[in-house]
Write a protein that binds this ligand. Structure first.
Ligand SMILES: C[S@@+](CC[C@H](N)C(=O)[O-])C[C@H]1O[C@@H](n2cnc3c(N)ncnc32)[C@H](O)[C@@H]1O
Length: 877
């Protein structure tokens, strides 16, 4: 083939080229047929196939692979095709009657189920000529297909998108039930080729011979310039290119005659002097400044750097850029005297002042009409508002934010109109809602708001209604509920739509498991409640205070006895020497098992806290409510380690409590080892899961690796880590915050755990080691090689043993023989060399062994030879 075929450089060595080499296909084009067959499945059911223009045989290989065994496959090409098992091939020109006779002779009275044609004429002459020859070749192949195809059969052909394309499609449509043009992914985008799959051959009894005559089917070759009509159409397309550059448009006219390249460049002079600037801009990719005159223009002030940059690539420009180019063109044309400067319209037009006599009556009439129109607009606005409110309510009901009962409240409930006051920052809410897809609804609300501004009078009533705190609270609550609902809906929607989102969520969870988030992590969610319960911290204090406030009226009569009781409880609470760690843990677990949110008695720590004198008047009930507190110093005897008196036996505390009843001091606990256990409140299972995850996947974040390294190097201790957990992010109360807010906070509001260079390097090295692992096939091949070598060695060893055992050899002979055997066993088997012989020159058409060739040989065409050689070098590892 011509020059284009010699492109053996990077252009050809693409993915499919390598795949073809790997899978043993002779040409990358094999994948085009594979992909076409994947889409239309015509090979699997075919029993007879003719491949026209089949060299070097890629399509034939695919056909023999996908068609049933023992199918008849015939391949024809101008050049001989290297033999393929179960495929008959011969060299012939498909446009000649001789070729037809050869096929007939091969098929006898069989009919083909599939006729393939991937022919390309020897290109290299003018493009127009090439495209025309291609179309002619297609017509010839269709002629053969019409003769050999069975009724219902399939014809697959390659065509170039040229002016003849539509005519060809028309002819196909006359002969086939279904005609579809498609470009398989393996066909290069830069190539003008497209594949037409014609199915369901109609097998008409009589076919008009004109269908196969190029001069009838195609338009005259000389008439390569577009006709008037076409021109109009193209220029329309060009205009669209300029006025709506963002819109991708297909060129349904095919390639321009004589130009089958996708990239077009033209000189600036051409642009300045052309008549239709828009059509020009729409048809070229680049405006160049190569001529002397054009270079001069570059120096002019009007030619700004923007203009020059725009000229570089017209296909990426927007409307504004095109406008700038047209302006530039106009200025240059004016400079060059190609266009006369036109004065602005205002300058040219004389201003004529017309003073009309104003008719007073008409003025009144006008005013009346204006008022009427305003009134009508107001009514319309009100009706619209009412409708919007109704819609919003229905929507909230659908999101289960409100009960139908609430609907009656809508006239007075300002929350339903999304609020007008400053109780909530609506600007921000608006933004959030817009982000959540509630933009439209919020915009409506905004409209309503602006309407309301206009109608200040009408609003006054609403304001009065809103004044009460209750209203405001409800309004905020409703708004929050609405935002939450919308956010949930938005997340659901994302979840449904986006698999990536799920992966991210999963990853987030996995990350959570591994990353050290300090105490915060443990304390988050429900655990935090548990811990606060354990410690009786500030939150509990606040909570109790609130409770105390609520119950103050009924609890004034708190007795001293209760104080004493509380003291006793406090004594029990203190860490006791001799308490088995297991017991302590199970005690904590038991406490944790209590639902954090369950209303009920205060925790022990809280009880201690509130049993101080300062709370004496608050009347807080500090009893644990279980009614199990036995007498002082008594064990409850159940041994359950729940602290209900198990361990208070004879310590100081007990003595103290009996001595100083009601007037004692709480001794703060000294931090000791038992403190560690205090933190060991996490669910053990979760720990196990974490451990399992880490031992399976290793540490995957640089933060985790950093911490691990610091622990190993004793730069940090567990206590350090626990202390690090107390940061400004850790004790951030999250109660009652909307989930959309928390989600956002989770992303950004967290402690920045320092990362060391070593940790990053360690992770990188791990990744590199993973990357460096050989791909499966290579690893398998290497393993096979090793296995064979081991087998050879084993065999040699056995033989050597045999030699050693024989008695009819001297020791020296034995040693020599064994050495020989071992050498042989260690050596790799030499592959027999296969000589590549090109089937041209003296070897053309030779049957049997070519002259002067000894040993194993293989007949190939010149292209195949190159491929065989590059293939061997590609795989010589
Ligand atoms: C793109 S290649 C075909 C590749 C083939 N489908 C494969 O997979 O190996 C085009 C072939 O058309 C052949 N050809 C061009 N004109 C021909 C004609 N008039 N008769 C027969 N073959 C022709 C060329 O020799 C060339 O080998």
């Amino acid at each position: 083939m011509g020059k284009a075929q010699k492109k053996t450089g990077k252009g050809r060595l693409d993915k499919y080229y390598k795949l073809a080499k790997e899978q043993g296909y002779r040409a990358r084009s094999a994948f085009k047929l594979i992909q076409l067959n994947k889409k239309y499945s015509f090979l699997e059911s075919a029993r007879c196939c003719i491949d026209l223009c089949a060299a070097p045989g890629g399509w034939l290989q695919v056909a023999s692979k996908y068609m049933p065994l023992n199918s008849v496959i015939v391949g024809v090409d101008l050049v001989p095709i290297k033999p393929i098992p179960h495929v008959v091939t011969f060299a012939s020109d498909i446009t000649t009657p001789q070729c037809r006779n050869l096929i007939r002779g091969e098929l006898k009275d069989w009919k083909a189920d599939v006729v393939l044609h991937d022919g390309a004429p020897n290109v290299g002459t003018a493009w127009v000529q090439d495209a025309y020859s291609q179309s002619e070749l297609v017509l010839m192949s269709m002629k053969l297909a019409a003769e050999f195809l069975i009724k219902g059969g399939t014809f697959v052909t390659k065509v170039f998108r040229s002016a003849d394309y539509n005519n060809l499609i028309w002819v196909f449509n006359q002969l086939f039930g279904k005609v579809e043009a498609t470009k398989p992914p393996s066909s290069r985008n830069v190539s003008a080729e497209i594949f037409v799959v014609c199915r369901d051959f109609l097998a008409p009894k009589h076919i008009d011979p004109k269908f196969f005559e190029p001069k009838h089917v195609f338009k005259d070759l000389s008439a390569s310039l577009p006709e008037e009509g076409d021109k109009g159409m193209s220029s329309k397309n060009y205009q669209a290119n300029v006025f709506q550059p963002e819109k991708k448009r297909r060129n349904r006219d095919g390639y321009d005659e004589g130009n089958y390249t996708l990239f077009k460049s033209a000189g600036a002079a051409e642009f300045i002097r052309c008549n239709d600037a828009i059509a020009f801009l729409g048809s070229v990719n680049k405006i160049s400044f190569d001529a002397e005159e054009e270079k001069e223009w570059l120096k002019m002030d009007v030619t700004t750097p923007d203009v020059v940059a725009n000229c570089e690539d017209l296909k990426v420009l927007g409307k504004g850029d095109f406008k700038a180019l047209i302006k530039w063109r106009t200025s240059l044309r004016e400079e060059l005297g190609l266009e006369v400067k036109t004065k602005p319209a205002e300058e040219l037009t004389e201003t004529v002042e017309i003073t009309e006599e104003v008719d007073e009556e008409a003025e009144i009439q006008g005013e009346l009409e204006r008022l009427n129109a305003e009134a009508a607009a107001r009514t319309k606005r009100e009706r619209r508002r009412a409708n919007e409110i109704k819609q919003r309510t229905i929507q909230r009901m659908q999101l289960q934010m409100t009960a139908p009962l609430d609907i009656g409240m809508e006239q007075t409930d300002a929350a339903l109109s999304l609020g007008q006051e400053d109780v909530f920052d609506l600007d921000n809410a608006g933004k959030a809602m817009k982000r959540m897809g509630g933009a439209a609804r919020l915009a409506e609300a905004d409209d309503a708001e602006s309407d309301e501004e206009e109608d200040a009078g009408a609003e006054a009533d609403d304001d009065v209604a809103l004044d009460s705190d209750e209203e405001e609270e409800r309004k905020v609550a409703n708004l929050e509920a609405q935002l939450d609902g919308l956010y949930d809906a938005y997340r659901d929607h994302l979840r449904e739509r986006d698999a990536k989102y799920k992966v991210n969520e999963a990853r987030k969870n996995a990350k959570h498991r591994e990353e050290w988030g300090g105490i915060n992590e443990r304390g988050s969610d429900e655990d935090s409640d548990d811990e606060s319960d354990e410690e009786g911290g500030y939150d509990k204090f606040e909570e109790a205070k609130a409770q105390a406030g609520a119950d103050s009226s009924s609890e004034d009569d708190t007795s001293d006895e209760e104080d004493v009781e509380a003291t006793r409880v406090a004594a029990k609470k203190r860490p006791i020497v001799g308490d088995a760690p297991g017991e302590a843990r199970s005690r904590k677990k038991a406490r944790l098992a209590e639902p954090a949110s369950a209303p009920g008695p205060l925790s022990r720590a809280a009880q201690v806290w509130f049993s101080q004198d300062c709370f004496a008047g608050a009347g807080i009930d500090v009893s644990d409510g279980e009614g199990e507190e036995d007498g002082e110093g008594e064990s409850d005897g159940d041994g359950d380690g729940d602290g209900d008196g198990d361990v208070v036996s004879d310590g100081d505390v007990q003595m103290k409590s009996s001595e100083d009843e009601g007037d004692f001091e709480i001794v703060p606990q000294e931090p000791d080892d038992a403190d560690d256990e205090m933190w060991d409140v996490e669910d053990e299972n979760e720990d196990e899961i974490k451990q399992a995850h880490i031992s399976k996947h290793g540490l995957i974040t640089s933060e985790a690796v950093t911490i691990a390294q610091q622990l190993v190097n004793r730069e940090k201790t567990r206590t350090h880590l626990i202390n690090d957990g107390f940061n400004r992010y850790s004790l951030n109360a999250k109660d009652g915050l909307p989930s959309w807010f928390l989600d956002d906070e989770e992303k950004h509001y967290k402690a920045n755990i320092p990362v060391t260079k070593e940790a990053v390097d360690a992770l990188r090295a791990k990744m590199r080691a993973l990357d460096a692992r050989p791909i499966k096939k290579v690893a398998e091949a290497k393993a096979r090689k090793k296995f064979r070598a081991a087998q050879r060695l084993e065999k040699a060893m056995k033989k050597a043993e045999g030699v050693n055992e024989t008695s009819d050899m001297t020791e020296r002979e034995k040693a020599k023989q064994i050495e020989k055997l071992m050498q042989k066993g260690a050596a790799k088997k030499q592959k027999k060399e296969v000589k590549v012989v090109v089937a041209k020159g003296s070897h053309k058409g030779v049957k049997g062994r070519p002259k002067g060739v000894k040993g194993r040989y293989v007949m190939v065409d010149s292209r195949m030879k190159k491929e065989v050689i590059s293939f061997t070098s590609y795989y010589s590892f």
